[in-house]
Design a protein around this ligand. Structure first.
Ligand code: ZN
Length: 258
C-alpha cells in the first residue's frame, strides 16, 4: 500500500495511491494513518490533480547514519567505522516531493545522497533486530543533502546536515516492501549519479534501527535514513535531482539558491 499526504489547495490530507484503469488515483482516507485506522472518505482524485507533500513530518527527529555503504565511505577517503556513525536532522529540514532545496548561503559544495528512509510506526526503545519489523510503518525515498565543505571543516555536522530543506522525503510511504535488496540511485538533470543496492548496507535496516533504539526512544512518525551508496556528487542551483528506489518510486527536487 502506498500512503501519500497531499493537498488540493486546502488542508493536507492522506490518501492511498492506487492504479485504476491504467491511471494512478488517490483514494482519500480519514485522519492520519499513523494514529488512526485507515478508513476511506469516498473522495477519489487523479494523482496528477493533487500536490504531494512530504508523506510524513517526523514527530521528533530524523536519525541518520553515515558511511553505511563501504564504497561510499571509500570515495570520500574515509574508513568504514567500527561503531555506526549516527547524526540527526531536525524535522524542519523535511520538504516534500517537488519542493525546492535551498542551498545554504555558507556552502559552495552541497552534495546529494540518495537514501532509503524508514518511517517508524510505534513508540519504541531497546529493540532487538527481530522486533524492528513490527515497529515500521513503511519506506520512502530520501535525499540527505550535505554541505560537504562545512562537513569537512567541523566535527559536528549541524551546518552540514541540518539546514532547512536538507531532507526531501517522498513521494509516498510504501508499506509492503522487503528493504534487504532494492536498487537505489540518484540522477541530476536525468543523468545517473548513484546506482547501488540496499544489499550493500554494512548494517541492514533491522540492525540499524535496533541500535538507534538503544540510544533514543523512537516515536511514531520519526524517520531513519539508512546511508547512501557510492556516486555522490555536488548539485548546482538550477538543476533537478531525482532519488529512485525500486518498489517505492522517484523523489524529485529542484535545487535553488536564494
Ligand atoms: Zn547520508
Amino acid at each position: 500500500m502506498r500512503i501519500a499526504r497531499y493537498t488540493t489547495g486546502e488542508d493536507p490530507a492522506y490518501g492511498i495511491v492506487q492504479e485504476k484503469d491504467g491511471r494512478d488515483m488517490v483514494y482519500g482516507i480519514t485522519g492520519d494513518p499513523l494514529y488512526t485506522e485507515i478508513r476511506p472518505t469516498g473522495r477519489i482524485l487523479p494523482l496528477d490533480g493533487v500536490r504531494l507533500l512530504a508523506p510524513v513530518i517526523p514527530r521528533s527527529k530524523v536519525v541518520c547514519v553515515g558511511r553505511n555503504y563501504a564504497e561510499h565511505a571509500r570515495e570520500l577517503g574515509n574508513e568504514v567505522p567500527e561503531q555506526a556513525l549516527f547524526f540527526l536532522k531536525p524535522n524542519t529540514a523535511v520538504v516534500g516531493p517537488g519542493e525546492p532545496v535551498m542551498l545554504p548561503a555558507y556552502s559552495r559544495e552541497v552534495s546529494l545522497e540518495a537514501e532509503l528512509a524508514v518511517v517508524i510506526k510505534h513508540m519504541v526503545k531497546d529493540l532487538t533486530p527481530e522486533q524492528v519489523p513490527a515497529a515500521i510503518l513503511g519506506y520512502t525515498c530520501a535525499n540527505d543533502l550535505t554541505a560537504r565543505d562545512a562537513q569537512r571543516d567541523e566535527s559536528q555536522w549541524f551546518r552540514a546536515k541540518a539546514f532547512d530543506t536538507s531532507c526531501p522525503l517522498g513521494p509516498w510511504i510504501e508499506t509492503d516492501l522487503d528493504p534487504s535488496s532494492l536498487r537505489i540511485g540518484s540522477a541530476v538533470d536525468g543523468q545517473s549519479a548513484q546506482d547501488g543496492t540496499t544489499a550493500d548496507m554494512l548494517r541492514p535496516v533491522a540492525e540499524l534501527i535496533a541500535e538507534i533504539s538503544h540510544v533514543t526512544t523512537l516515536l511514531p512518525g520519526d524517520v531513519v535514513l539508512t546511508g547512501t551508496p557510492a556516486g555522490v556528487r555536488t548539485v548546482e542551483a538550477g538543476s533537478t535531482v531525482d532519488v529512485t528506489i525500486e518498489g517505492i518510486g522517484t523523489l524529485t527536487s529542484p535545487i535553488v539558491r536564494r
